[in-house]
Design a protein around this ligand. Structure first.
Ligand SMILES: [Zn+2]
Length: 59
């Protein structure tokens, strides 16, 4: 289980997600402080980066 990077609680939802180009990412959501973040291969990525991959695949 993941600690929230913002509030430090372990009340974090974790969802595996595969982007249209096959990139495997995880989405995290903290139930305590509502922080959201994305992770690819153990490295945090911005939502904008996730959306870029989705957009690039559509074009
Ligand atoms: Zn939190």
């Amino acid at each position: 289980m993941m600690d929230c990077q913002r509030c430090g609680q372990r009340n974090v939802l974790e969802i595996d997600h595969v982007l249209p180009d096959g990139t495997e990412v995880k989405f995290f959501f903290c139930h305590t402080c509502e922080e959201k973040w994305w992770d690819r291969d153990g490295v945090q990525i911005d939502l904008t980066e996730v959306l870029d991959i989705v957009r690039r695949h559509r074009e």
